[in-house]
Design a protein. Structure first.
Lengths: 184, 160
């Protein structure tokens, strides 16, 4: 692919181990449902799921575009400089917020986290970034969580998880950071 | 309704991103990246949606009530936290299963514990992405520090 300096591994294998496990579990579930309720019921369940998928697709399409396009807009060096240094609370807050706001799946988040870590981010900011993405990913909450769960419940979860990235970052700094930080 | 709101918000973001990309070559680049991402995501989504619906059918309603209902207490949260990492597939599977379990009697606290545990410790993410990129040591440190979070979230949620 020309003009593609981004180190994000976009060209992941479409059929990998994770996909095969998913496929195997789905086929197993289909077999068990067919045995328990009959093949017609299993088929009807699958068709019903596809109907829901059709309703979701406009949203999924938008989500995919945002996830793919925003990394092109972010100046990598700048992001890395902002949360890359040991910058106290501000660094942890920025790292947590960046994790929550950056769209994209694990294939984008973990390479970016590894890059920041290598570029001099401390363990606290790195873990705050990963935890912020894990618990507060805006993209995932908008596309998936709110499609299935009531917004009251989603709101409660987000509220309860809000301090978690900071807590993990602070704990990492207190317990691991001082000893292990490789000095450049 | 939830789906509609999310869809409108995301398309707004698409419009904004599109405007920011400004030039045709950058827009083409973004569309190509979108196509690559879609090739990865859509087959998973297709299989996972069907899988989640089938797994929800298999959920024994009476056992869910017993295992994750009001009377199950802290044990329900512990079990929910253990189920998170081993849920296969993407976000859709865990959210769909949590919603299905709540329909047949699981408490919101158990559902939140499960979803939080999946978010932090999904084995698919850990093994396929975190370990390769971060290394086992850093992954282990993060997991150890995050271990109490699902239970803390569930315990506080059960007070509401």
């Amino acid at each position: 692919m020309p003009n593609d300096p981004a180190p994000t591994p976009d060209r992941r294998k479409i059929i990998d181990g994770g996909f095969l496990v998913l496929l195997a579990v789905t086929l197993l579930a289909a077999g068990l449902v067919a045995m328990k309720y009959g093949a017609t019921h299993a088929l009807a369940t699958a068709v019903g799921a596809l109907g829901f998928l059709a309703v979701l697709l406009p949203k999924v399409g938008a989500g995919l575009f945002v996830a793919a396009a925003i990394p092109l807009l972010l100046p990598r060096e700048k992001v890395s400089a902002l949360i890359g240094q040991e910058s106290g609370w501000r660094g942890l807050l920025l790292a947590s917020a960046a994790g929550a706001l950056l769209p994209g799946g694990p294939g984008m988040t973990f390479p970016l986290a590894a890059a920041l870590f290598a570029a001099g981010a401390d363990i606290g900011a790195t873990l705050a970034f990963i935890t912020g993405w894990s618990l507060l990913s805006l993209n995932r909450t908008l596309i998936w969580e709110l499609s299935f769960l009531d917004w009251h419940l989603v709101g409660l979860r987000v509220l309860l998880c809000l301090p978690a990235p900071l807590a993990v970052g602070l704990a990492a700094r207190a317990l691991i950071g001082r000893r292990e930080r490789p000095r450049p | 309704m939830n789906i509609l709101i999310g869809t409108i918000l995301l398309w707004g973001l698409v419009g904004l991103t599109w405007a920011k990309l400004a030039t045709p070559p950058r827009r083409r680049e973004a569309l190509a990246a979108t196509a690559r991402l879609a090739a990865f995501t859509l087959p998973r989504l297709f299989v996972a949606m069907i899988g989640a619906a089938l797994l929800a059918e298999l959920m024994p309603a009476d056992r869910i009530e017993q295992l994750f209902g009001r009377d199950a207490g802290f044990r329900a949260l512990l079990l929910a936290a253990l189920l998170g990492p081993i849920t296969p597939g993407g976000a859709f599977v865990s959210f769909a299963l949590a919603a299905a379990a709540m329909k047949v009697g699981a408490t919101p606290a158990a559902a939140l514990t499960y979803v939080t545990s999946w978010s932090l410790f999904s084995l698919t993410k850990l093994l396929a992405y975190e370990m390769p990129f971060m290394g086992a040591r850093t992954m282990g440190q993060r997991a150890a520090l995050s271990l109490p979070i699902p239970l803390v979230v569930g315990t506080i949620a059960s007070l509401f």
